[in-house]
Ligand binder design. Structure first.
Ligand code: GLN
Length: 236
């Protein structure tokens, strides 16, 4: 098994709302707990996105930050090259929207996305805020997806991708079928914060396993407690 991994945190100062930075920390913790040494590269505005890293993480962000991040990533080919190599990419909320064909900014203007994902994002009538529970269909062997959403995006999926999960509490993508997120090639996208990997550590393991193969199990009792309390809150 590979004993070293490099994770790229894409534009954390622009895209890191609602604690999404935690996704990188969870990936690191779960890799290091299996004896893998981890290097994290933070890509700041003006830095090129390295194309040869192992896993990429993009978080959420509001209005101007999302538009700025889309501009920066449209003119950088590192992420597209990583995608073509099949490197896992986790994209949360604005991070998912801006990897698509276009999204809508707070003034209602269409902003060109990076074009990696066959998705488009228009505006919901009303902000989606609250807990989400969803059954994962896009990645095998995953327990209920648990998280928190806070967005105005209505994300429609094209024929080139499939949803990550079927929503039974909350809104998720908010366009047509009650689904959340997207799976396309090596990209897993979701509207869920939490951070999503802290609440759903099996998803973190899935991303790592895409690179290193099967991981040994680890003690998830604390994560299970955390999941239990958030699930109960979602059902109240
Ligand atoms: N600006 C986007 C929206 O409100 C993204 C929100 C987010 O990343 N939390 O839809």
């Amino acid at each position: 098994m590979t004993d070293r991994l490099t994770f790229v945190h894409v534009l954390p100062t622009l895209l890191g709302s609602y604690g999404d930075v935690g996704n990188v920390l969870v990936l690191r913790h779960r890799a290091e707990s299996r004896g893998i040494r981890v290097t994290i590269v933070d890509v700041e505005p003006g830095d090129p996105v390295p194309s040869s890293a192992d896993i990429y993480v993009i978080g959420g962000g509001q209005g101007d930050q999302e538009t700025r991040a889309a501009e920066l990533l449209r003119s950088d080919f590192g992420l597209s090259a990583a995608y073509r190599r099949g490197a896992p990419i986790l994209a949360v909320c604005a991070g998912m929207q801006l990897l698509g064909e276009w999204f809508t900014d707070p003034s209602g203007n269409k902003v060109a996305g990076v074009g990696l994902l066959d998705v488009t994002t228009s505006r919901l009538q009303q902000r989606a805020v609250g807990d989400v529970l969803a059954e994962v269909s896009g990645v095998p062997g995953m327990p209920t997806l648990i998280g928190f959403e806070n967005h105005l995006g209505a994300t429609a999926l094209g024929s080139g991708c499939r949803p990550l999960a079927r929503v039974w509490r909350g809104v998720g993508n908010g366009a047509g079928e009650p689904v959340d997120g997207v799976v396309q090639g090596s990209v897993v996208g979701t509207y869920l914060h939490g951070p999503v990997l802290a609440l759903n550590p099996m998803l973190a393991d899935h991303l790592i396993q895409e690179v290193v193969g099967t991981l040994p199990p680890m003690d998830d009792s604390r994560a299970e407690e955390f999941r239990g309390s958030r699930r109960a809150r979602a059902l109240r």
